[in-house]
Design a binder for this molecule. Structure first.
Ligand code: SF4
Ligand code: SF4
Length: 542
C-alpha cells in the first residue's frame, strides 16, 4: 500500500505498512482500485457530455464512491468491493449509451477497460498494481499536481454529496468531477494543464460549498447565535457525530416523545444553531471534542452513538456495540444504517442506562455563520474604524492528534484583546470553551460552523472587503489554517482560486506537494508554514 493523502501520514512521507488512521493495506489498495475504476467511468462520462449523455445516477454514484475513499470514512473492504463492481457495471451501461449517441468509446487506457477480479484477495492484487506510487512517476511535479487534484476532487465530491442529499445540485460540478478524474488518468498531462485543473478544482469547490450552504440554510434556516450546554440531562441519550444535517434531523424526528435527549459530538456542534433543528426540545447539548478524541469520549457516553460521514476511528470494544454508522462511513462489524431508519439506534439508546442525573456544566456559543455576522456588519465596521478592533484572525480547519497542533490553542490565547477570532471546523475544539470576552458588545470568539461552512467564512470576508472598499488581501484579516484531510485540500484550493494570500498553514505541509510546486505556491500566494504563535503574531501585527 501507499497513501499520503492526509496530514498524519507516516513520517510525513506516506503510509506503506498500515495507515496511521487504522486503514489496513487491503482497504488501502481496494480504495486505489476504486479510484482506478472511477477514472475509467469518468472517461465515458466526459465523452457522454459531448454527445448529450448525462446521467444523474452516474453523477451521484461518482460522488459517493470518491467520498468513500476520504480519510476516516470507509474501512469495510466488502463495501469497497461492492463499490468497485458497481462502478464497472455503471461504466458499461454508460459506454453503451455513449456509443448509441455516436460518442467515442475506444479508449486505450487501462481504467476504461478494467474488469474486476472474481475474489476480494485478487482484487486487492489488482489494486496494488494500479496504486499511484510517487517513485513511479515520470515527472514528480506533474505527479504532485495530479495528486493535489485527486485529493481536491475527493473534497469536492464530499461537499457535492452532502448538497445533493439536501436537493442542491449543479451539472457544472459533476462535469468537472469527471473531467478532473479523467485528467488524473491522462499519462500525457502537462504541468500547465495540471496547474490549471488544480485551480479550477478550487473554483468548482466554491460552487459545491455554495450548494451545500443553500441546502443547509434552505432547509433549516440561517444559523442564529445559540448557547449550547456542555453538561447533560438525566435520561436516555444518543450522541451524533460526523457532519450530516439530514441524519441529525431524522434522528431528532425519530426520537421525538421517546424520552431520549440528543447530543452532538465533534463537527455536529454547529447544528445547534439551525432554527429547523434547534426547535426540537430534546436536542440538548454537546458532548466531547474533536474526532481524534472519540475513543476516549465515546467510551464515556452512556447511550447509543451514531457516526454520520467522516471522521471515524477504530472503535474500542467498550463502545463498539453501542456504535452505528450511516451514509458512506463504515467499519467492519459495526452496524450500518443504510436508509435513515434509525430504529436500531433508538432501541439501543433505550436499552442503555443514559445519564443518571442532570449535570449543568459550562456552555459554549455557536451559530455565527454569515447571516448572523453580517447582520451586525455595521457594528463591526464601526468598531474597526474606531480602532476598537485591530485585526481578525480566522483560526480554523481540522484537528488531529499531533502535539504540534497545540500551536492553535496557544495562538488563540495569545491573540491581543483588541482582535477577534473567527473559527470553524473541528480545529476549534482546542479553544472552543475559552471565554475570550467581548469587544463593543461582540463576542471575541465567533464560531462560524463546520468545515462544511467554509463558504460562510468566505462570504463574510468578501462582504467585509466590499464594505471597506478593499480587496480581501487588504482586510485586517489573517488566515491561520490547520489541515488534516481532503475536504481541507479542496477548501485550500478554493482560497487559492480566490487569490487569497499570506495563509499560514500547519501543522505540517502536505507530503504530496513537491518542492517545486511548493515554490509556485509560495511565490504566487505567499503560503507560509506556521512557526510559533509569538513569531507569527509579531509578523502579522508588527
Ligand atoms: S488516510 Fe492518512 S493515515 Fe490513512 S493511510 Fe492515508 S495517509 Fe495514512
Ligand atoms: S474538520 Fe476535517 S478532520 Fe475535522 S471532523 Fe471535519 S472533516 Fe474531519
Amino acid at each position: 500500500m501507499f497513501c499520503y493523502q492526509c496530514e498524519q501520514t507516516a513520517k510525513g512521507q506516506g503510509c506503506t505498512v498500515l495507515g496511521v488512521c487504522g486503514k489496513q493495506p487491503e482497504v488501502a489498495v481496494l480504495q486505489d482500485l476504486l479510484i482506478y475504476s472511477l477514472q475509467g467511468l469518468a472517461l465515458y462520462a466526459v465523452e457522454g457530455r459531448k454527445v448529450g449523455v448525462t446521467d444523474r445516477g452516474v453523477n451521484v454514484f461518482t460522488c459517493e464512491a470518491l467520498f468513500a475513499t476520504l480519510t476516516n470514512v470507509e474501512f469495510d473492504p466488502d463495501r469497497l468491493v461492492q463499490l468497485i463492481r458497481q462502478s464497472v457495471e455503471i461504466r458499461e451501461r454508460l459506454k453503451s449509451n455513449v456509443r448509441a449517441k455516436g460518442g467515442k468509446v475506444d479508449f486505450p487506457q487501462g481504467p476504461a477497460t478494467f474488469t474486476p477480479a472474481a475474489t476480494r484477495p485478487e482484487m486487492a492484487e489488482q489494486g496494488e498494481a494500479v496504486g499511484l506510487k510517487p517513485e513511479l512517476a515520470a515527472d514528480p511535479d506533474v505527479h504532485s499536481l495530479r495528486m493535489t487534484l485527486l485529493f481536491g476532487l475527493k473534497g469536492v465530491a464530499a461537499y457535492t454529496d452532502h448538497a445533493q442529499l439536501l436537493g442542491q445540485e449543479d451539472e457544472k460540478v459533476y462535469a468537472f468531477l469527471h473531467e478532473g478524474l479523467a485528467a488524473t488518468a491522462n499519462p500525457d498531462l502537462t504541468l500547465n494543464e495540471a496547474l490549471g485543473l488544480v485551480l479550477k478544482c478550487g473554483e468548482i469547490n466554491l460552487r459545491a460549498m455554495e450548494l451545500l450552504d443553500a441546502g443547509n440554510t434552505g432547509r433549516y434556516g440561517h444559523p442564529v447565535p445559540t448557547r449550547v450546554p456542555l453538561g447533560h440531562k438525566k435520561g436516555k441519550a444518543i450522541l451524533v457525530s460526523g457532519h450530516d444535517l439530514l441524519d441529525m434531523e431524522e434522528i431528532l424526528k425519530q426520537t421525538e416523545g421517546k424520552g431520549i435527549y440528543v447530543y452532538t459530538h465533534g463537527e455536529m456542534l454547529p447544528t445547534h444553531g439551525y432554527p429547523g433543528l434547534k426547535k426540537f426540545p430534546h436536542f440538548y447539548g454537546h458532548f466531547g471534542t474533536a474526532w481524534q478524541n472519540q475513543a476516549k469520549e465515546f467510551a464515556q457516553f452512556p447511550g447509543a452513538i451514531l457516526m454520520t460521514t467522516n471522521c471515524i476511528q477504530k472503535p474500542q470494544e467498550s463502545y463498539a456495540g453501542n456504535l452505528f454508522t450511516c451514509g458512506l462511513v463504515g467499519w467492519p462489524g459495526i452496524t450500518h444504517i443504510p436508509d435513515r431508519n434509525f430504529t436500531p439506534v433508538v432501541q439501543k439508546a433505550l436499552s442503555l442506562p443514559g445519564f443518571a442525573e442532570d449535570a449543568d456544566g459550562r456552555a459554549v456559543m455557536t451559530g455565527f455563520a454569515r447571516n448572523a455576522v453580517l447582520q451586525v456588519a455595521d457594528k463591526v465596521i464601526e468598531a474597526v474604524k474606531g480602532k476598537h478592533i485591530r485585526h481578525f484572525f480566522l483560526v480554523g480547519g481540522c484537528d488531529g492528534a499531533r502535539p504540534t497542533r497545540n500551536y492553535y490553542s496557544d495562538f488563540v490565547e495569545k491573540v491581543p484583546q483588541d482582535c477577534v477570532v473567527l473559527t470553524l471546523a473541528c480545529g476549534k475544539f482546542r479553544f472552543f470553551d475559552k471565554d475570550l470576552g467581548t469587544i463593543g458588545g461582540l463576542p471575541r470568539l465567533l464560531d462560524i460552523g463546520q468545515c462544511n461552512d467554509a463558504y460562510s467564512a468566505i462570504q463574510i470576508a468578501l462582504a467585509l472587503a466590499k464594505a471597506f472598499n478593499v480587496g480581501v488581501n487588504d482586510l485586517p484579516l489573517s488566515l491561520i489554517l490547520s489541515w488534516y484531510e481532503q475536504k481541507a485540500v479542496a477548501i485550500l484550493l478554493s482560497l487559492l482560486f480566490l487569490g487569497i494570500k499570506n495563509i499560514r498553514l500547519g501543522p505540517s505541509l502536505p507530503a504530496f506537494v513537491s518542492p517545486n510546486v511548493l515554490d509556485v505556491l509560495v511565490k504566487n500566494f505567499n503560503i507560509q508554514p506556521i512557526t510559533t504563535p509569538d513569531e507569527d503574531l509579531k509578523a502579522i501585527l508588527g
